[in-house]
Design a protein around this ligand. Sequence first.
Ligand code: I3S
Length: 128
Amino acid sequence: TIFLHFQLLYPSEKCGVLNVTKITENGKKVRKNWMSSWTVLQGSTLLFAKGQTSSSSWFGGNQSKPEFTVDLRGGSVEWASKEKSSKKHVIELKTRQGTELLIQSEIDSIITDWYKALTEAINTHAWE
Ligand code: I3S
């Protein structure tokens, strides 16, 4: 499957299951649709694959197609304000293309690690 091949060709720097929703797409506000998503950070690309909840399912090969990808170059991350979401531990990710995402985990340490990893990826690839 595409996702498995991507995994083998480009080993990920970070991956895990996060709750994700878009709030803006190409500058336009869209309705929230929180979903649990297998998330992979590879270089300046962040991939989301719907329905990936365990690593064993990679090898099953079903549903491993990336749902969407985000180009982090020129983007920004910050902790989301209370107006953006009532959930705890929410990161707001803005892309240069005008897409805004909220990324959340119930687990404090997991989301803190993602915050660091995303910030680092954005800084590392800023001049590409
Ligand atoms: O920012 P909002 O509109 O209060 O976001 C909530 C809604 O999207 C809600 O769904 P409905 O479209 O059926 O109203 C979601 O179930 C909630 O999770 C959203 O709020 P949080 O605070 O969880 O991001």
